[in-house]
Design a binder for this molecule. Structure first.
Ligand SMILES: *[C@@H]1O[C@H](CO)[C@@H](O)[C@H](O)[C@H]1NC(C)=O
Ligand SMILES: *[C@@H]1O[C@H](CO)[C@@H](O)[C@H](O)[C@H]1NC(C)=O
Length: 518
């Protein structure tokens, strides 16, 4: 176990103060990529020290992670009365307020739970604390597949008895009882009293017998006569989870509906926007009202930015459907951080419906021999740049895909292996916290449900990206990244009413969350 390390990460340009950045213990391991992982076991793990904003507005708190050293290291800095005009200038404009944040988190897939369950009870607890506890990164919004997904070991639904239109055989699966509900309940206990944790469900496919092709996967849609039974299937899912002590805050109507128009390898269902519009209006919305679930959020799309604004617009232009729909769910695949204006135009068309990123993940980084290269800083930077882009274009949060995968990037019944912020090494009863984990923490730990995104101005976005938020106690939260291989000096004014500036050299390939009292 490494000792407590002290490094000088930041040097204030103004004055003579040299900041000592202390960071929590990380037991480093490298796998040939550009950065490292922190290895945790049941007896040791690098939890975060407390990080509050200082009450004295002359100081700020800064939490830092970088490619070469720090992992959520906490320090403080001093504001200067002089603006450093040679660097990148960032101004926070508190007078322009955008969306209210809903949360950040990941998904309780079957694969997540299968990997957690392979660990000893003590190591399981370290892992769940890392994501949910006050000393962890405090995830606040998590997704759960309604039955199976590609990150299951088999395709299944909650009623695989053909023709059972009354859903007499509806039942949660073994996977729910072994791999989802126990860990979701523990997560609720870990956040209890400190913060909020919401869950939303997403189906990958209806029961196969409800589909035109009779298969969970492939190309097919919901049979018209199944519109009613499938709405009841959603109601029964919500009710079954609530009965188990896991409240469901919302649902998306279908994961990635456009994949169902192709011969897709894993669970899916094709939905045109027009069919979604009519099904929500005539079946799903009324079924939720009748069941007393009218406060359960209904989110549409749950697919890529490229389908904005047309797909949700076709659904929401119907005034009856509009009443039932609460939000628009978006995935990052295919956006390459291009055309974020589609988020803005969707918001402008339907300002009362929230936008929320509900799934993103990286493929595995591999070396020349096909071995997985854990510890990628590039993957963390990819997350952060996308999150900053989305939350500065009305997204109310960002939900990662699998929270935990194995050394192969699975399991997945269709061998769709990908990367994840936490990787389990079951043979050693340990897990690896990758740079992506800390990247998520820079948002989830500090940008809280109810915080409001505020306008910021930045003089040059070629190296530095930034998003700014205002909390109800007048804390300004700033998340910024230096994407460059060089030091970049910045001068940040957190409060337009006060001529005080945070002047800093931001190290290469580094990520920071700053907390200011205003
Ligand atoms: C769908 O899943 C079945 C196994 O349940 C598999 O045999 C088939 O190849 C899959 N279809 C596609 C298009 O991959
Ligand atoms: C960044 O600045 C630090 C401290 O001034 C210096 O030691 C380091 O070499 C610089 N790094 C680069 C990549 O220029």
């Amino acid at each position: 176990m490494a000792g407590r390390l002290q490094v000088t990460l930041l040097q204030l340009v103004w004055g003579t103060v040299l900041l000592q950045l202390a960071y929590a213990q990380c037991n480093r391991a490298t796998f040939g990529s550009d950065s490292f992982v922190c290895v945790c076991s049941g007896s040791s793990c690098d939890y975060m020290s407390d990080a509050q904003r200082p009450n004295d507005p002359s100081y700020f708190t800064i939490v830092s992670t970088d490619r070469d050293n720090a992992r959520l290291g906490v320090d403080s800095g001093l504001l200067s009365p002089t603006q450093n005009t040679n660097g990148v200038i960032i101004n926070v404009d508190l007078s322009v307020r955008y969306q209210t944040m809903i949360g950040f988190g990941g998904a309780f897939t079957d694969s997540t739970g299968i990997n957690v369950a392979k660990l000893s009870a003590e190591t399981q607890e370290s892992l769940l604390r890392s994501y949910f506890a006050p000393e962890g990164i405090r995830y606040s919004l998590c997704r759960v597949p309604i039955a199976g997904s590609d990150f299951s070991t088999r395709p299944y639904s909650y009623d695989d008895v053909p023709g059972d239109v009354n859903l007499d055989n509806f039942a949660l699966a073994e996977e729910d009882y072994l791999y989802k509900l126990p860990f979701m309940k523990r997560a609720l206990e870990l956040v209890s009293g400190t913060s909020d944790l919401k869950f939303f469900g997403s189906p990958w496919a209806p029961p196969a017998w409800m589909k035109t092709n009779g298969m969970a996967n492939g190309s097919g849609s919901l049979l018209p006569e199944m519109w009613g039974p499938y709405s009841n299937y959603f109601v029964k899912f919500i009710s079954a989870y609530q009965n188990e002590g896991v409240p469901i805050w919302g649902v998306t109507t279908q994961n990635e509906p456009m994949t169902g128009f192709y011969d897709w390898p894993w669970n899916t269902c094709a939905w045109t926007a027009e069919d979604q519009r009519d099904w929500i209006k005539t079946n799903l919305g009324p079924a939720f009202v009748n069941a007393g679930y009218d406060d359960v959020k209904i989110m549409v799309l749950d697919h890529n930015r490229e389908f904005l604004p047309d797909y949700p617009a076709a659904i929401l232009t119907d005034p009856e459907t509009y009443k039932y729909v609460d939000g628009i769910a978006v995935h990052w695949y295919s956006d390459n951080n291009d055309y974020p204006d589609r988020l803005t135009s969707t918001h402008d068309l339907f300002p009362d419906k929230f936008l929320l990123y509900t799934e993103s993940c990286n493929g595995l980084a591999k070396d020349g021999n096909g071995n997985n290269q854990f510890g990628s800083w590039q993957h963390a930077q990819d997350y952060v740049v996308n999150i900053l882009d989305d939350v500065t274009h009305y997204s109310t949060g960002w939900v990662d895909w699998n929270m935990v995968l194995d050394m192969q990037g699975g399991p997945s019944w269709v061998s769709n292996f990908v990367d994840s912020p936490i990787i389990v090494n079951a043979a050693e009863d340990t897990f690896y916290k990758q740079p992506m984990f800390y990247a998520m923490g820079h948002f989830s730990r500090f940008v809280l449900p109810g915080d409001v995104a505020v306008r910021r101005w930045i003089s040059d976005e070629s190296k530095i990206r930034v998003a700014t938020f205002l909390q109800s106690d007048n804390t300004v939260v700033v998340v910024l990244i230096n994407m460059a291989e060089e030091n970049v000096s910045i001068s940040l004014q957190p409060n337009p009413a006060v001529d005080m500036y945070a002047n800093m050299e931001i190290p290469p390939k580094s990520l920071h969350t700053l907390l200011f009292a205003i």
